[in-house]
Design a protein around this ligand. Structure first.
Ligand SMILES: N[C@@H](CCC(=O)N[C@@H](CS)C(=O)NCC(=O)O)C(=O)O
Length: 233
C-alpha cells in the first residue's frame, strides 16, 4: 500500500503522522509550505479543494478530514490499536464522537485563540475574539481535565489516538495567552504522552520541517498573542 501524508509543521496533521508512526508502516510525506501558498496552489487544490492539511493519499485515492483519516487508519491497521473497538455500534459511535469533538468544537476554538485577527476586521475587536474563544474553551478544558483526572489516558488505561488529538489541542492553546494553570491533569497528560517514542519522532520531524521552512523565510507566524497585546496597547 502506498501512503503519503501531506502536512505542515505543528498543524493538526501531527495527529495522523503520529498514528502512522504508531502503525509502523512505510509512508511518505509532503511538506506543505503555507507561507508560499502551497495549499492554495492549483496542484494542491486539485488534490484537496479544501486547501487544508492533513491530506492522506492512499494508492492514489485522496482522504481528507482528521476524523475520517484516523478512523480509516484505525480500521485498516487494527493491530496498532489506535482507537478502542467495541462489540456494539453505540460504543463505537462514542469513539467517533470523541474524534469529532476534537475536530469540530475544539479545533474551531483553537483557531480563534491562535489567530483571532483572522476572525474580525478591526484591530480593536481582536482581544474580544480571543476572550470569547477563551470563554467558550474553558468548559471544554474543564471537562477534559476532569476526565483525565480519572485515568492515565482518555480511555483510562488504554492509550489511543484521541490522546494525541487532545494533546495537539493543548499544545496549540498553551502557546497563546490562555492560562492553562487550572488544568493540572491535562498538563500531566501532556508530559506522559511526550514519553512515547512515536510522539518524540514526530515532534522532531515537525521541528526539522519548521526549521527548514524558516531557513527559507517560509515559517508560519501564528502571532495571536502578539496581535491581542498590540490591540490592547
Ligand atoms: N476539518 C479539518 C480541518 C483541517 C484544518 O483546518 N487544518 C489547518 C491546519 S491545523 C489548515 O490546513 N489550515 C490552512 C488554512 O486554513 O488555510 C480536519 O479536521 O482535518
Amino acid at each position: 500500500m502506498d501512503i503519503t501524508l501531506h502536512f505542515a509543521p505543528n498543524t493538526c496533521a501531527r495527529v495522523p503522522m503520529i498514528a502512522l508512526e504508531e502503525i509502523g508502516c512505510e509512508y511518505h510525506t509532503e511538506l506543505v509550505a503555507f507561507m508560499r501558498g502551497d495549499h492554495q496552489s492549483p496542484q494542491y487544490l486539485a488534490l484537496n479543494p479544501k486547501g487544508r492539511v492533513p491530506l492522506l493519499v492512499v494508492d492514489g485515492k485522496v482522504l481528507t478530514e482528521n476524523v475520517a483519516i484516523l478512523h480509516w487508519l484505525s480500521s485498516e491497521f487494527p493491530e496498532a490499536k489506535l482507537l478502542p473497538v467495541y462489540q456494539n455500534n453505540f460504543d463505537n459511535a462514542l469513539v467517533i464522537a470523541d474524534l469529532a469533538f476534537c475536530a469540530s468544537t475544539l479545533h474551531g476554538l483553537v483557531t480563534r485563540l491562535r489567530i483571532p485577527h483572522f476572525f474580525c476586521d478591526t484591530v480593536e475587536a481582536i482581544p474580544r475574539v480571543f476572550q470569547m474563544a477563551e470563554q467558550a474553551m474553558r468548559p471544554n478544558f474543564a471537562l477534559m481535565d476532569e476526565r483525565l483526572s480519572k485515568g492515565l489516558w482518555w480511555y483510562g488505561d488504554q492509550w489511543s489516538i484521541v490522546d494525541v488529538y487532545i494533546n495537539w489541542i493543548w499544545f496549540r492553546v498553551a502557546g497563546t495567552a490562555f492560562d492553562t494553570s487550572p488544568y493540572p491533569h491535562l498538563a500531566r497528560h501532556s508530559m506522559t504522552l511526550s514519553q512515547r517514542p512515536s510522539v518524540q519522532r514526530v515532534l522532531r520531524r515537525h521541528e526539522e520541517a519548521a526549521e527548514w521552512l524558516a531557513s527559507r523565510g517560509l515559517e508560519v507566524k501564528f502571532d495571536g498573542a502578539g496581535a491581542v497585546k498590540a490591540a490592547a496597547s
